[in-house]
Design a protein around this ligand. Structure first.
Ligand code: PLP
Length: 378
């Protein structure tokens, strides 16, 4: 199998699995129990919190463990809007957010909050002027994703943060696709809340975290016991948390090297696809893009058919985002960057990972050439 869908999920790294193993079968104590056996689990959780905090240069007490990106996004938006609802009821976001943000905004609208969705240009970037213009006296929060999951576009986080800081608006970013892949400068970007998900950076599934800057007055997401400083109740997923921290450590240690390698392979693949397959072109930004992401429009074909045929050849890619691939509607991201329905349905997302080889991509190119020709004939 050739796996080219790393934006959907990544394999759990062997070092990560090894780090988790003892917390299933040897040190399985509940981290909230007072005896020595439980304390070992508590220490592992706090060590993991320190590791994650170090990657972002923040205080360990500002990291809250969750069940993944979706929960972190829900928590960030609902809790902040509720906690500051006496000051205002307006939230700014973008047209290209993941459904974890988009559908949370729909929920908030039903609760009487107002949401402005900023459009994006053909590259998938918001306009700083439009952001400035969208801010109202009652704007509490802006939730703007760091990097997009479908087209890989990276926003100008520093410039966005400067505007929000000057105008007194809290800044949340969904960094689920960015964390562990590209450098994150929380202080420089003036970010107050950040969501990340372990399975996107070679950690286990069902684990993530929310960074919440000290002093923010947010509500608890899950009510119950006193875990996570009383703000997110429930027995800690110790193996998951330990595995996520190990995955973060490895991703940060190898970030520069991995990004350079993926970017090199990606740019070659883009070049060969666009020069050797008639009607194929890159969607999104050429330069402000995640290192492993390419989204190609194969004009004149149905991407869902291409994905099925590639699957038969043992190659995993995605048509639209993972969460979109079951829906018959064109992706909201591809529509937002100006594609027609037909163009959006012709797009395939290929996302490389740290183990992707040049040989795998060569083979994929050859198969793509053959299949696209066949689908065009008919
Ligand atoms: N946000 C973005 C940008 C994503 O790509 C995803 C997953 O694809 C999520 C949020 C949801 O994360 P999780 O799968 O951990 O719930």
């Amino acid at each position: 199998m050739i796996y080219l869908d790393h934006a959907a999920t990544t394999p759990t790294a062997p070092e990560v699995r090894a780090a988790m193993e003892p917390y299933y079968n040897i040190r399985y104590g509940n981290a909230s129990t007072p005896y020595e056996f439980g304390k070992q689990s508590r220490e592992a959780v706090e060590h993991a919190r320190n590791t994650i905090a170090e990657t972002l240069q923040v205080q360990p007490s500002e990291i809250y463990f969750t069940s993944g990106g979706t929960e972190s996004d829900n928590w960030a938006l609902k809790a902040t809007m509720e906690a500051y609802s006496n000051y205002g009821r307006h939230l700014i976001t973008t047209e290209i957010e993941h459904h974890a943000i988009g559908n949370t905004c729909e929920y908030l609208k039903k609760r009487g909050f107002e949401v402005t969705e900023l459009p994006v240009d053909r590259d998938g970037r918001i306009s700083l002027e439009q952001l400035e213009h969208a801010i109202r006296p009652d704007t509490i929060l802006a939730s703007i994703m760091c990097a997009n999951n479908e087209i890989g576009t990276i926003q100008d986080m520093k410039a966005i943060g400067q505007i929000l800081k000057r105008r007194g608006v809290l800044f949340h970013t969904d960094a689920v696709q960015a964390y562990g892949q590209i450098p994150i400068d929380l202080a420089g970007w003036n970010v107050h809340l950040l969501s990340a998900s372990s399975h996107k950076f070679y950690g286990p599934k069902g684990c993530g975290f929310l960074y919440m800057k000290q002093g923010l007055r947010t509500e608890s997401m899950i009510h119950g016991g006193a875990q996570e400083s009383g703000r997110r109740a429930g027995t800690e997923n110790v193996p998951g948390i330990v595995g996520m921290a190990k995955a973060a450590e490895i991703s940060y240690a190898r970030m520069e090297e991995t990004a350079a390698r993926e970017q090199y392979l990606r740019d070659r693949l883009i070049h060969y696809i666009c020069t050797q397959i008639p009607g194929a072109y890159l969607v999104g930004s050429e330069k402000d893009r995640l290192p492993g992401n390419l989204n190609i429009c194969f004009q004149g074909i149905e991407a869902s058919n291409l994905v099925l045929l590639l699957d038969e050849e043992g190659i995993c890619v995605s048509a639209g985002s993972a969460c979109n691939s079951a829906s018959a509607k064109p992706s909201h991201v591809l529509k937002a960057v100006g594609l027609s329905d037909a163009q959006a349905f012709a797009c395939v997302r290929i996302t490389l990972g740290r183990n992707t080889t040049a040989g795998e991509l060569q083979h994929t190119l050859a198969v793509l050439k053959r299949l696209v020709k066949m689908l065009k004939k008919g």
